[in-house]
Design a protein around this ligand. Sequence first.
Ligand code: MN
Length: 202
Amino acid sequence: MKKTMPVDGKFELMTLPYAPEALEPVISANTLGFHHGKHLLTYVNNLNAALPGSGLEDKALEEVVLNAQGGMLNNAGQILNHNLYFGQFRAPIADNAPTGRLAEAIEAAFGSFEAFKESFAKAGATLFGSGWAWLSADDEGKLVITQEPNAANPIQRGLRPLMTMDVWEHAYYLDYQNRRPDHLAALWQIIDWDVVAARYEE
Ligand code: MN
């Protein structure tokens, strides 16, 4: 996967590849403003404050996730997770679905796109507490769904992360309150499968 490098010893808040209201009504501009502009910014600021003297200055974000511990690992993991999350969306479209080799890999691994969505939604809905549901590829390109608690990322298991749903309450509470499954069901409309396919082909 592409590496994220610090600039002058600091990681930057990723720029959203769409307007704040572009994902409505699935994710409101209000939620996006807090989630990207407050929550993610805090993780970035916390990691940048912890970098000097850590021995991990000038390392890629992915290397920090694989080598840091404690609070530093949590903040680095959350930055990597959110960069992949916010980078995978587009404006809502009906009947949104992957195509090409990625679609074939999903069918091979899960039977059908519908069966994949069902398994993925279950992984997100049943993850206790805060964390992330992921679609990843293993060394041989086989696709797997995992649940990762808190700030964990599939690269810590040797997997290549392709697509994710954030099930921390801050991702949906303003728009959906406690209805996590409704939020996850709506997210299928805004997944940019071209981005996910590009990650798969890397
Ligand atoms: Mn989040």
